[in-house]
Design a protein around this ligand. Structure first.
Ligand SMILES: CSCC[C@H](NC=O)C(=O)N[C@@H](C)C(=O)N[C@@H](CO)C(=O)O
Length: 692
């Protein structure tokens, strides 16, 4: 497949872009996917560096479904474009904080508005704005009617009152938020004082004649009672005729807990009733059937001290609310369900044996069948005539790109479509490895080997532990990219230890409430197995991880001196203080227990209790805007390491969250990690990154 003429370059002159951090940051990153109602047009979101190379910008591109033409860029603006949705008339709706050319002076703090790009090309036009910005667009498949999500101030009845409240707070210099319910933050956002509401837009007005005034678009609040902390910010689906809407609503579950239920809402009246409300489960990811009579959704059972959560799909009759399990006995965790074009089957995704595969199950019951062999799928789009499926596919050795799939076949290797993010090559190879845990359980791993690794030139090894912990290494990651390490000669081991997804419920149970036990010993079994290989240098190894992976990096530091260096990003150190300060304490406390009444798991598994055992040099990395694993974890870890004289460094990001989202900071992240590894794994002099 050829590159588009205005595609960003994917190769650095010196060779692999993975060997040059600036070239790596410049690689285009393909994100969301949207298929038009007639199944003839496909839009993708592509992130590239802005002109100053200080931010990644998202733009929309069109992919030729015949694969004859390279992908074509559709939008271009400094603030970027997101959330593409095709309207029935062929125009492309999207959100963007780009300035309105007809609005005179640019706003001081521009908020995303809803824009429309005409079907036959030409200039995009703004369709509607809200003082809180438009964060999401949903479209009824048959009627083309539209619902948007926008954040509204409490008690503000309309957009004018909303704007006035925001203005008064700004003028008075007030940024405070008064909370009356748990939680108060989510990832890197404050919950409140404005909270998401759903607004009915209905049919979008046609493009006005040249010179004519654009008619104002009326917004009708479908959720006037939405209040902090969650408002109406959950996932939603509109019936094809636009008459009904099903949304995920977060409701209190005990004094400081929450759970999600499904609410059915008549769009004409705003009248709402619970559709599925299960005190023992969270419900999510609802999607209407093509005839609007049913909804498919995910049911996640509430975990307990003894049992991890389990997931299944529900088929829900919209008229009666009667729900039936679609995947009973399926020992994987289904996600992102969608009906087939004729409504007789449901497609879904699930982690499975180191892949994130596409499955199909009959809507009236039956065995799920796996449709794809390799890779990780997301953003599934079902052509309404049933002729094809489209999705983004990635793998550990391939960044995401659009593909076409057969709606029926199993064992598929899908057809790749033109992709502006195609790579010229990788600096090494990917292998699949199976280690054996002490109890005989297989432990699946991916192993990245640098080009030059051989028995004559064995490569140093970095163990990289995934986050979650209920996750799996199975898809491309820009944030945790092992190829950057491979380009410097490191082999990278990516194991799925106990608690990982895709190996069945018992595999999760092995590590439940005992993070320092089977998950740790599984990782060590994986390292033991790989160190036996002649192309690996067992004397030069390091361990790293982020989030839960950072917990595990800290735990490893307290349990063994076998590694020469530890890199711990956004890590949990004192699990009691983590749970008390994270954005959703109730989620973690179900497993760990109340620290005052059930202290055992904390005593046995919190790394900070074993700080005295640490001998290995540690690089601590954390962002101050991380509300998932708050900065207190890194501050205490750093103090505990310094106090004990453990050789350590602290890479602190005052403006980053749980991830590192700006190109400059992402580059110094890799630069510092590589420098730390070079110092301790290779014994080189410490090279302080120039900009730090
Ligand atoms: C409150 S829901 C917890 C979601 C998730 N855990 C799932 O297993 C989680 O956020 N865990 C973090 C501590 C973590 O490890 N995050 C991972 C995955 O999101 C990361 O790589 O950031």
């Amino acid at each position: 497949m050829s590159e588009p003429s205005d595609a960003p370059t994917t190769a650095s002159p010196s060779g692999s872009p993975f060997a040059d951090l600036a070239a790596f940051a410049a690689l285009p990153r393909v994100g969301g996917l949207a298929l038009s109602a007639d199944g003839r047009r496909l839009a993708i979101a592509v992130q590239t560096l802005d002109h100053e190379k200080t931010a990644w910008q998202s733009a929309l591109w069109e992919v030729d479904l015949e694969g004859r033409r390279p992908a074509r860029r559709l939008t271009r603006s400094a603030p970027g474009e997101s959330s593409p949705v095709w309207a029935p008339d062929g125009s492309l709706l999207f959100t963007s904080a780009r300035p309105d050319p007809g609005a005179g002076e640019a706003a001081e703090d521009p908020k995303p508005a809803l824009w429309s790009l005409p079907a036959d090309g030409g200039e995009a036009r703004p369709v509607l704005t809200h003082p809180g910005g438009i964060s999401r667009v949903a479209l009824a498949a048959d009627s083309g009617e539209v619902v948007v999500t926008a954040s509204a101030m409490p008690g503000a009845g309309d957009a004018e009152a909303d704007a006035e409240r925001r203005k008064r707070r700004k003028e008075a210099g007030v940024t405070a938020i008064l909370h009356e319910a748990y939680p108060v933050r989510y990832w890197d956002s404050d919950l409140g004082p404005a909270t998401p509401h759903l607004f009915w837009v209905g049919e979008l007005p046609a493009e006005p004649d040249a010179g004519a005034e654009r008619p104002p678009v009326e917004l009708r609040d479908l959720t006037p009672d939405a209040v902090p902390p969650s408002g109406a910010g959950g996932d939603l689906t509109l019936s094809p005729d636009g008459r009904l809407l099903v949304r995920v609503e977060s409701v209190p579950d005990g004094p400081a807990g929450r759970r999600d239920r499904l609410v059915l809402l008549e769009t004409a009246t705003g009248e709402a009733r619970a559709l599925v409300d299960d005190p023992l489960a969270d419900l999510g990811a609802p999607r209407f059937s093509p005839d609007g009579s049913a909804v498919v959704c995910v049911r996640e059972s509430m975990s307990t001290h003894d049992e991890p959560p389990d997931y299944t799909l529900l088929h829900v009759d919209v008229a009666t609310g009667a729900a039936r399990e679609l995947t009973p006995g399926f020992d994987r965790w289904p996600s992102a369900p969608q009906f087939s074009a004729d409504g007789t089957a449901v497609y879904f995704l699930a982690d499975d044996d180191g892949r994130h595969a596409l499955f199909r199950v009959p809507a009236d019951g039956g065995e799920p069948v796996r449709m794809t062999t390799d890779g990780a799928y997301s953003d599934l789009q079902v052509a309404r005539d049933g002729s094809a499926l489209y999705a983004l596919r990635s793998a550990y050795d391939e960044p995401p790109g659009p593909v076409r799939l057969d709606p029926e076949a199993t064992g598929q290797h899908p057809d790749p479509l033109p992709n502006p993010g195609t790579l010229a090559g990788l600096p090494g190879t990917l292998q699949e490895v199976e280690a054996t845990a002490a109890d005989g359980t297989p432990v699946h791993c991916w192993l990245v080997l640098p080009e030059e690794a051989s028995a004559e030139r064995p490569a140093p090894l970095v163990l990289w532990v995934h986050g979650g912990p209920l996750m799996s290494w199975n898809s491309w990651s820009w944030r945790w990219c092992p190829w950057v390490l491979a380009a410097r000669g490191y082999a990278v081991l990516l194991p799925d230890p106990a608690l990982s997804q895709g190996y069945g419920q018992d595999f999760v149970r092995r590590g439940w409430g005992a993070w320092g036990e089977a998950p740790y010993t599984d990782l060590m079994a994986a390292v033991d197995a790989v160190e036996q290989r002649p192309e690996i240098d067992e004397s030069r190894t390091a361990a790293m991880g982020g989030s839960f992976g950072g917990y595990m990096a800290n735990w490893i530091a307290t349990q063994t001196d076998r590694f020469r260096a530890i890199v711990t990003h956004a890590s949990l150190w004192d699990v009691d203080s983590f749970i008390g300060t994270t954005d959703a304490a109730y989620y973690w406390e179900k497993e760990w227990g109340d620290p005052l009444r059930q202290p055992k798991r904390y005593e046995q598994n919190s790394p900070h209790r074993y700080a005295d055992a640490i001998r290995t040099p540690v690089l601590v990395i954390h962002g101050d805007r991380d509300y998932r694993v708050p900065i207190g974890e890194a501050l205490r870890l750093w103090y505990d390491l310094q106090k004990r004289g453990v050789p350590s460094r602290f890479l602190y990001f005052p403006n980053e969250n749980h991830w590192v989202l700006t190109p400059g900071n992402a580059q110094v992240w890799y630069e510092t990690v590589l420098s730390f590894l070079a110092e301790h794994v290779h014994g080189q002099d410490w090279q302080r990154p120039e900009l730090l």
